[in-house]
Ligand binder design. Structure first.
Ligand code: AMP
Length: 363
C-alpha cells in the first residue's frame, strides 16, 4: 500500500492507497508539533503494510521537472528551496524526515506542485526585471491542474495532446492554468503562491509599487506585510468576515455590502484570467472548474462565466445548478464548461507507484 502525506503549516493530511482506492485517510490539525501529528497518522495506519510513501512538496524550484525518489541529495535540495518557499517546504521536509525514519528502506517519492509548470515558455515565466535579480514565475497547484486536465481528456475520450484547456482550481488557494496539448503554458501563481487570483486569505495580483509604498510609508516590517498579504487579505481581508466562500456568499445575499464587493472582485479577477488564457491559446476546448469552491458553488461558476458568452463560454443554468455531483459538463457553448473533482492524492499515489513499481495501479 502507498501512504500519501501532505504536510502543511496548519494540517497534516494523510491517505493510504490500495490500487486506485483510498482505504484510509485523515486530517490532523497541527496543534502540537509535526512529530506528534505524524505519530498520530502513523498510529492510524494500524497493520497496513506501507510499501512506498508519496509526499506533496510545494516548491521544486527550477530543479525538479517531475516526481523523484527521495535520497539525501533530494532532501537537501528541498531544504535549500525553503529559502524561496519558507511558508511551505519546511513542513514537507519535516514529513519526509519523519517518514524516512519511521519507514527505513521503504522508497519515498516527492511530488512537486511546481513540476507540471516546467513546460511554461520563457515568455510566460519571465518577469520584466533584470535577469540577474533571480526571480521568475514557477506556478503552483500543478498536481491539481495535471490531474484535472488528464481526467478531462479521459472523460471526453480524446488525447490530451489534442486539447486546449483552462483549468480553474478554486479552493482556499486559487489558481488557473492554460493547458495546451497536455502541457502547462501559463498559470496564475508566480514566484510564490501569492500571485494571480483572489484567494481565501491571499491578495493575488498586486502592484509591486504598492508593496514598496507600504514598506516605505507605513513603517511596516516585511514579515508583517507578508502576514497581511498572505493570511489577512483576499476574501477575508476584503469582506472583513471570513475566508470561507460559503459564509461570504451567505452574507452577500443577506445584504452585507463588503461581502458582495469581495465576491465581485473575486469573480472579475477570475473572468479576466479566463479571457487572457483564451488569448494565450487562441481559444480553448473547455474551462474546467475544480477545488472546494469550483466543484461546489454554482453561484461562483455562474458569476465567473457570466458575460463571457461573446468568447464562447457560458454555463447552462439547469446543468450548473443541478444537484448532481461528480465530473460533469455544465456549459455547452463553443468552449465547454465542466466540473471535475480534483484528486491530488490519487495523482501522488499513482506517480509514487510508477516510480517505485509497487502494486498500486494507475487509475
Ligand atoms: P479547498 O481548499 O479545496 O478544500 O476549498 C475550500 C473552500 O471551498 C472554502 O472557501 C469553502 O468555503 C469552499 N466551499 C466548499 N463548499 C462550498 C460550497 N458549497 N459553496 C461555496 N464554497 C464552498
Amino acid at each position: 500500500m502507498i501512504l500519501v502525506l501532505n504536510s502543511g503549516s496548519s494540517t497534516l493530511k494523510y491517505s493510504v492507497w490500495d490500487g486506485a482506492k483510498d482505504v484510509a485517510k485523515g486530517t490532523i490539525d497541527r496543534i502540537g508539533t509535526m512529530k506528534s501529528a505524524l505519530d498520530e497518522a502513523f498510529g492510524a495506519l494500524g497493520n497496513a503494510v506501507v510499501e512506498a510513501v508519496g509526499h506533496r512538496v510545494v516548491h521544486g524550484g527550477g530543479r525538479f521537472a517531475e516526481a523523484v525518489l527521495i535520497d539525501d541529495a533530494v532532501e537537501q535540495a528541498i531544504d535549500e528551496l525553503g529559502a524561496i518557499a519558507p511558508l511551505h517546504n519546511p513542513y514537507a521536509l519535516e514529513g519526509i524526515r519523519a517518514a524516512r525514519e519511521r519507514f527505513p528502506g521503504i522508497p519515498q517519492v516527492a511530488v512537486f506542485d511546481t513540476a507540471f509548470h516546467h513546460t511554461l515558455p520563457a515568455r510566460a515565466y519571465t518577469y520584466a526585471v533584470p535577469g540577474n535579480i533571480g526571480i521568475r514565475r514557477y506556478g503552483f497547484h500543478g498536481i491539481s491542474h495535471q490531474y484535472v486536465s488528464e481526467r478531462f481528456a479521459e472523460l471526453v475520450g480524446k488525447p490530451a495532446s489534442e486539447l486546449r484547456l483552462i483549468t480553474v482550481h478554486l479552493g482556499n488557494g486559487c489558481s488557473m492554468c492554460a493547458v495546451e496539448h497536455g502541457k502547462s503554458i501559463d498559470t496564475s501563481m508566480g514566484f510564490t503562491p501569492m500571485e494571480g487570483l483572489v484567494m481565501g486569505t491571499r491578495c493575488g495580483d498586486l502592484d509591486a509599487g504598492a508593496v514598496l509604498h507600504l514598506l516605505e510609508t507605513r513603517q511596516t516590517q516585511p514579515a508583517d506585510l507578508r502576514e497581511t498579504l498572505n493570511s489577512g487579505s483576499g476574501l477575508l481581508g476584503m469582506s472583513g468576515i471570513s475566508n470561507d466562500m460559503r459564509e461570504i456568499l451567505g452574507a452577500a445575499v443577506a445584504g452585507n455590502q463588503q461581502a458582495a464587493a469581495a465576491v465581485d472582485v473575486f469573480y472579475y479577477r477570475a473572468r479576466k484570467y479566463v479571457g487572457s488564457y483564451l488569448a494565450a491559446m487562441n481559444g480553448a476546448d473547455a474551462v474546467v472548474f475544480a477545488g472546494g469552491i469550483g466543484e461546489n458553488s454554482p453561484e461562483v461558476r455562474e458569476g465567473i462565466c457570466k458575460d463571457l458568452d461573446a468568447l464562447g463560454v457560458s454555463v447552462d443554468p439547469n446543468a450548473n445548478g443541478s444537484n448532481s455531483t461528480g465530473d460533469r459538463q455544465i456549459g455547452f457553448g463553443r468552449v465547454a464548461v465542466w466540473v471535475v473533482h480534483t484528486r491530488e492524492d490519487l495523482l501522488i499515489a499513482n506517480l509514487c507507484s510508477q516510480l517505485t513499481k509497487t502494486t498500486c495501479s494507475a487509475a
